[in-house]
Structure formats: structure tokens, C-alpha cells
Design a protein. Structure first.
Length: 116
């Protein structure tokens, strides 16, 4: 019987070494895919950016609604994206904090250019 391979999580790895989380190699400065999901509003439950999806009974949904996570390129082909444990699936829903607005860089004249 072959040995089972498990993902490795190295929280203190230097930035030049990728770490494996959620089964994907990523740089230490990247955010979780679920944080990218919560940048978008949910078309089904009308949860605002920064909040997890909610069910009809008023609790945090166990998985994000399809219309929300398909907006994230890396997750668009997934069949289901589970809500992380730290978001409290099954607990009473409360709105989260909205994500920060995208930073704008300014040109030499002080007028805002395109977002970073």
C-alpha cells in the first residue's frame, strides 16, 4: 500500500521559499483563496464584501455560494469552496469588516492614476 502524501504547512518559512497551503504552493505574502472570495458581494444571499455567505436560516453557510467563488480565477472551476473554520460555519451570521479600498498611486501632479 503506497504512503499517503499530506500537505506541509511552514508558517515561518522565508519569503523565497514557497509554502504549501490548501494543496497549492504559494508565496508567504499571498492571501488565502477564501479571502479573495470575500472581496466580492454574493449574488445569492446579498452578503457584502468582507462577510461570509449566510444560509436562509441566518447562520454562516458551510460553503460559499457558487455565484460568489466563480468570480475568483483560481476557484472558478471548483465545485464547492468550504467556508474556513475561523469564519464560524453554522454559527449565527454577523457582517464582517469590509476589505480595504484599493490603493491609488498618484502622479507627480498629485492626481490619482489607475489603481495598483
Amino acid at each position: 500500500m503506497p504512503a499517503r502524501l499530506l500537505p506541509v504547512h511552514l508558517p515561518d518559512a522565508p519569503a523565497r521559499f514557497p509554502r504549501v497551503v490548501f494543496g497549492h504552493a504559494r508565496e508567504a505574502t499571498d492571501e488565502r483563496p477564501t479571502e479573495r472570495v470575500e472581496r466580492h458581494p454574493c449574488p445569492r444571499c446579498q452578503a457584502q464584501p468582507g462577510s461570509p455567505c449566510r444560509s436562509r436560516s441566518g447562520v454562516v453557510a458551510t460553503s460559499y455560494h457558487t455565484g460568489r467563488f466563480t468570480k475568483v480565477g483560481r476557484l472558478s472551476k471548483s465545485l464547492r469552496v468550504l467556508t474556513p473554520v475561523d469564519r464560524g460555519p453554522g454559527q449565527p451570521w454577523r457582517p464582517g469588516t469590509p476589505p480595504p479600498a484599493p490603493r491609488r498611486r498618484t502622479s507627480g501632479s498629485g492626481t490619482p492614476d489607475a489603481a495598483l
